[in-house]
Ligand binder design. Structure first.
Ligand code: NAD
Ligand code: UDP
Length: 330
C-alpha cells in the first residue's frame, strides 16, 4: 500500500538478491529509491524493470569509498553473501563491510537519516547456544576462511552501536538468517540455489559432510517485510533483531524435499564439509515478534515451489521473462 509520506531511500547492494526485492517493495510503497551497487554479485537484470520509474535511480558505486547523498533512510545491504563470493577477495569483503558501514553511518549522522544494517546469523559463528538469541555473543573463528565475512559484519555492528552512543545516530540492526527465493544467483553456491539447479539439470545433489547440519530457511518476501517493519519502528528499537524462519531442518532433508518437488531423479552425493561450517543454526525470533509484530508467513513447501518455478524459467533460457515474472510475482 502506498505510504502517506514519500521518503528518499538509499539502498546499497540494491541490485542483489535481497536488495532488488527491497527496492521493488519501497517503490510500491510510494518512496523514491536510490540504488547503489558495484555489480560484484548483483545484476542489472534484477532491477531492469525498475529503471524506467521516475522514482528509481541507479548509481554504480563501491561502498568502500565515500559517498554523499541527501536521504531520509539508508538500507545498507552491500556485501557478497555467499561463501564462494565473499571468500573470492576476502580483503575486499572486509573493506566492504567495515568501510561501507562507516560511510553509510557518516551519511546518516550528517543528514539525520535512519540507517539499517543487514547483519547476519554468521555473527554467531558455529553456535553453542541453540536456538540463537540476540544476547548470545557467538563462537567465531577470527582466523578461518569465513572470518572476512563474519568478523566484517561483527565489526560493522560495533560501528553502528558506537555511532549511536557517540553521535546519537538513528540505527537499525537486523541479523538475517538464511533467506531464499527468486533472483538468487544460480551459481553462487548457496544451498537452496545449488540443490534446485542441480535437481532441475539432473546433476548430482552435493551434500557437504553427512548433511546432518541444520539451517532454517526464510522466504524472501517475509524477510523484506521484516526489513520494512524494522525501519518503520520507533527510534529506540535499534536491534539487533534476528529475522529468519525458525523452522529448522537438516540440509539432507532440504535435498530430499527439493527432489520430491522437482520430480528429479538426481542422486545425493557426499562432499567434504567446508571448514568452520556451522553444525546448527536456527533463529529465536521472540524479539522480532514482540517488537515488530513480525513472523514469517510462507512455509518451506510454498517458498521452494515459487523458487523452483523461477529457476525452471531461468534455466529454460529465458532470463528476461524470468526477471519480469519474478517482479510481477513479488
Ligand atoms: P547478493 O550477493 O545478492 O547482494 C549483495 C549486493 O551487494 C550485490 O548486488 C553486490 O553487487 C553488492 N555489493 C557487494 N560489494 C559491494 C560494494 N563494495 N559496493 C557496492 N555494492 C556491493 O546477496 P544478498 O543475499 O542479497 O545479501 C544482501 C545482504 O544481506 C548482504 O549484506 C548479506 O550479508 C546479508 N545477508 C543475506 C543473507 C541471505 O541469506 N541472503 C543472510 C544473512 C545476511
Ligand atoms: N551446502 C551443501 N551443499 C551445497 C551447498 C551448501 O550441503 O551444495 C551446505 C553448507 O555446507 C551449509 C548449508 O548447506 O552447511 C548452508 O550453506 P549456504 O552456503 O547456503 O549458507 P551458510 O553456510 O552461510 O548458512
Amino acid at each position: 500500500m502506498p505510504s502517506l509520506v514519500r521518503k528518499r531511500v538509499l539502498v546499497t547492494g540494491g541490485a542483489g538478491f535481497l536488495g532488488s526485492h527491497l527496492c521493488e517493495r519501497l517503490l510500491a510503497d510510494g518512496h523514491d529509491v536510490l540504488c547503489v551497487d558495484n555489480y560484484f554479485t548483483g545484476a542489472k537484470a534484477n532491477i531492469a524493470s525498475l529503471v524506467g520509474s521516475p522514482h528509481f535511480e541507479m548509481l554504480r558505486h563501491d561502498v568502500s569509498t565515500p559517498l554523499l547523498a541527501e536521504v531520509d533512510e539508508i538500507y545498507n545491504l552491500a556485501c557478497p553473501a555467499s561463501p564462494i563470493h565473499y571468500q573470492h577477495d576476502p580483503v575486499q569483503t572486509l573493506k566492504t563491510s567495515v568501510l561501507g558501514a562507516i560511510h553509510m553511518l557518516d551519511i546518516a549522522r550528517r543528514t539525520g537519516a535512519r540507517v539499517f544494517q543487514a547483519s547476519t546469523s554468521e555473527v554467531y559463528g558455529d553456535p553453542d547456544v541453540h536456538p540463537q538469541t540476540e544476547d548470545y555473543c557467538g563462537n567465531v573463528n577470527p582466523l578461518g576462511p569465513r572470518a572476512c565475512y563474519d568478523e566484517g559484519k561483527r565489526c560493522a555492528e560495533t560501528l553502528f552501536f558506537d555511532h549511536r552512543r557517540q553521535h546519537g545516530t538513528r540505527i537499525k540492526v537486523v541479523r538475517i538468517f538464511n533467506t531464499y527465493g527468486p533472483r538468487m544467483h544460480p551459481d553462487d553456491g548457496r544451498v537452496v540455489s545449488n540443490f534446485i539447479t542441480q535437481a532441475l539439470r539432473g546433476d548430482d545433489i552435493t551434500l557437504y559432510g553427512d548433511g546432518s547440519q541444520t539451517r532454517a530457511f526464510c522466504y524472501v518476501s517475509d524477510m523484506i517485510e521484516g526489513f520494512v517493519r524494522m525501519m518503520d519502528s520507533e527510534d529506540d528499537v535499534t536491534g539487533p533483531v534476528n529475522l529468519g524462519n525458525p523452522h529448522e531442518i537438516p540440509v539432507r532433508e532440504l535435498a530430499e524435499r527439493v527432489l520430491v518437488l522437482t520430480g528429479s531423479r538426481s542422486r545425493l552425493v557426499y562432499r567434504p564439509l567446508p571448514q568452520d561450517d556451522p553444525t546448527q543454526r536456527c533463529p529465536d525470533i521472540g524479539r522480532a515478534r514482540r517488537m515488530l509484530g513480525w513472523q514469517p508467513e510462507i512455509g518451506l513447501e510454498d517458498g521452494l515451489g515459487r523458487t523452483i518455478a523461477y529457476f525452471e524459467r531461468l534455466l529454460s533460457g529465458d532470463p528476461a521473462r524470468t526477471v519480469s515474472d519474478a517482479l510481477i510475482a513479488g
